[in-house]
Write a protein of this length. Sequence first.
Lengths: 508, 338
Amino acid sequence: MNEIVPVVEMTDIAIGFPGVKALDGVNFRLFQGEVHALMGENGAGKSTLIKALTGVYTIDSGTITVLGEHKQFSTPAASQAAGISTVYQEVNLCPNLTVEENVLLGREPRRRGSIDWKGVRSRTREVLAELHLNHVDPGSLLSSHSIAVQQLIAIARSVEINAKVLILDEPTSSLDADEVNQLFRVIRDLRDRGVAILFVSHFLEQVYEISDRMTVLRNGKLVGEYLTRDLSRMGLISKMIGKEMEALAELDQAPARTRARTGSEVTPFVEARGLGRKGSVSNVDLSIYPGEVVGLAGLLGAGRTEIARLFFGADKADEGSIRVKGVSQRIRSPRAAIDKRIGFCSEDRKEEGLIGDLSVRDNLMLAMQASKGWARRIPRRVQDELVAEYIATLDIRPANPDALIRNLSGGNQQKVLLARWLITSPELLILDEPTRGIDIGAKTQIQKLVNKLATEGMSILFISSELEEVLRLSDRVAVIKDREMVAEIKNDDVSVEDVMTVIAGGTQ
Amino acid sequence: MSSLSTLTPLTVKEPSPLRSRMRGGARYAPTLATLGLFIAMFAVGAGMYPSFLSGQVFLNLFIDNTFLIVLAVGMTFVILTGGIDLSVGAVVALSMMVSATLLQQGWNPAAVIFLVLVIGGGLGLLMGLIIQYFDIQPFIVTLAGMFLARGLCYVISLDSIPVTEGFFTSVAQAQIPLPGDLFVSPGVLLALAIVAAAFFILHHTRFGRTVYAIGGNEHSAMLMGLPVTRTKVLVYALSGLCSAIAGVLFSFYSLSGYSLAAQGMELDAIAAVVIGGTLLTGGTGYVLGSVVGVLVLGIVQTFIAYDGTLSSWWTKIVIGGLLLVFILLQRLFARKTA
C-alpha cells in the first residue's frame, strides 16, 4: 500500500445533536487510489462522518486535513472546492434539468458572460464517454433516466470537477446486479486514475468485492481500520454489531416457528381472486391465512409493490375480487383497508411513513390517536407506558421518546414505522422492503419480529429483493413476473435457485 | 453466511430514446397551450368584431399592460425558485406615490426614477434576506412587505396626486411609429427589453440556471455546491426592482399617484405567470410564457371592452376560470410525464 500522506485525514472528530451523540473521537484516513469502505450499523455514525467531510454538518471538535492542509468546511461548496465530491443514496441532482446541465451546473463554460451551450454539450459528451455512458443523450431530462443512470450521472459530475475524493453513500441500494456491475467498473476505473473513493454500503458482498480497506464504526465510536483482505466477513460483522452474534446464528437456522395451518378447513384472512388493475398488475390469486407469512418474490419492477398497493387500497383494483375473512369486500382506499385491519409499511419510509420533525413519541401517538378517534384524549401516563413498551420491544435507539425522527438512523426509523402500524393492531401487515438500506443488526431484529408476529397469529405479506430473506421467513412464496403472479410455491426446502428458475422460466 | 444475492432483471428499464424525446417536448406543452389559446381567442375576436383583427389591437395589448409584463418577469424568477412575492402590487403603488409626490415638489425626474428603483430593489432585497436567513415562508414575508408598502402609500397621501412634470407627460404621450400606421409606447420597448434581458439571464447565465436548479430541488442545489442563498435573495431583489420599474411605467401610463392603485395586481402577475406555464412548485417555466400569459389576460379585457355590456368584473371571473383550467392542465401534463 502507498503509505504516503493521506488525501483526507480526520482526527478526533466529535458531533452531537440534541439527545444524540452522533460521533465521538473518530479518526479516519483516506488514501489516493484506494476504495475505502466505511462500515457500521445504522446509527453508527457513517452518514454523520460523511456529512462532516462534505460540509453539511459542522464538527464540534477535531481536525480535518485535506492533502496536508487544515480545512474547516462550513458549506458543501467549500468541501467541493477542496476536491471532495459526494454521490448520495437519494440522487441529489435536479430532475427538472437536462443531463448536461446536471453534470455542469455552476461550472458551465462561458463565453463573454453567456453560457456556451455547445461547450456544455461537448464537455458532457466527453465526461459521459469516460464513464461508458455514450448512450445517454446529454439533452434529455434527468428525470427520464433510471435511478442507476442518474447515479452514474452524479458520478459524472464529480469526474468533471476532477474530484480527488469521491464519496459514494449507499450507491447500490436501488440498483440491480447489472447496474451494480456497471457502477463498479466505473469505480475501479476512477480508482486506477488515482481518485480516493469512500464507499458506504450495507451489502457485505459488494464491500468485499470493491474495497481495499475499511473503517468500522459502532455507536459513534471508531472500532478500527482494517485491510479488507485481512478481515473475514464474520470478523467484520462481529466488529460492527459487537455482542449480537448469537442473534445472527439463530436466524440462519430454519425458522423454528410451526407452520401455520392452511387449507380448506381454515378461512384465509384475505383471499384475492384474479385481482388486477389495468396497466399495473393482473391475475393475482393469493390467499393469506392467519399466522402465515407469504413472501412476494420477483424482480425489481415486476409488480411486487403494485400488488401490495392493491391489497391496501392505495390503488383501486378494477378486476377480480378480494374477500376478507370470507366476506367479499371492495377496498377503495387505505382508510377502508385500515378499517379492515390491514396495515402497509411502504418501502419509502421517508416520503410516506414518518414525520421527521416530530419526536418518536409523537409519531407513535399519531397512529394511536388515529385508531382511537381524535376526540378521546390519551392520558400522558398511558402514552409514556405504551411508547416505552414499543421502544423496548423493537429496540429503538436511542431509547429516548423525545428524540426527533429525522435524527434517527434509517433502521431505527423503520422500527418506529413498524411500531406505528403495530399500534393499530392489524391482522394483515404488508411489509414492503422493510429491511432495505438498514444494517444487519436491525435487519435481524426485524426478521425476528416478523416471525414473532406471525406466531401470534398475524398474517404477513412480506416483500423483499433479497430472496434468502423471503425464503427464510415465508411459509409460502408467490412468484411475480412481468406484472403477473406466475406461481405459488410452498416453502419446504425451496432454494434460491428454485425460485430463480421459476422467475427465469415462467409458469411451471 | 449465505450471500446476499439481489435479483438480476431480465429487461432493460431505460426508456427508449423516442419516449424521452417526447418527454422533452412536454416541457413546452403548457406554454404552447397558452399560446394556442391566445391565438384562438384572437381568431374568435376577429370573427365577432371585424375591427378586432388589427395590428393596433394586438399592440395595445402590450401598451396597456407594460407594467404587468414587467411584474410578471420578476414574478417568474420568484416562482421558478418555488417562492412567491405578494408585495409587488403594493410596491407598484408605493413607487407611483413616491414619484408623484417628489415630482410635485420639483425633483429631477431622473433622480426620482433612480430613488424609486432603489426603494423597490431595496425592499425586495430586505424581504429576500429575511426569507433566507430567518428561514420564513416567502408567503408571510412578502405579505408583510405588501402591508408595509401599502401602508407607506397611505402615509404619503390619501388623495390622488396628479403628475404634471414635463418628462413624464411627454413620455406618457409619446408614440413610436411602426410601419403600417401602427405605433407603440416607449414603455413597451422598455418592457420588451426587460423580457429579453430576463430570457438571457434565465437561459444563458449560471445565475439563471441556478434559479431553475433551486426550483427543481433546493436541497440538491445546495449539495451540488450552487450559491443557493445568494440566488434566492437576489431573486426577491430582482422582483422588487421589477415592481419599481412597473411602478414607473404605470406612472407614465396613468400620470398620477394613488394609494389604492394596483390593488390585487400581484395576483394578476401570479395568474399571468401560471397561465404562461410556470409551475407554482418551481423549476419549470419560461419567461416568454409569462408574457403570453399577460397577453391572454389583456385579450380577455379587450373582449369585455368590445362587448360593452359586460361589467369589467367579468375579467376577473374569466381569469379565475382560466387559471383553474391551466392548473388542472399542468397536473395532467405532470401526471403523463411522471
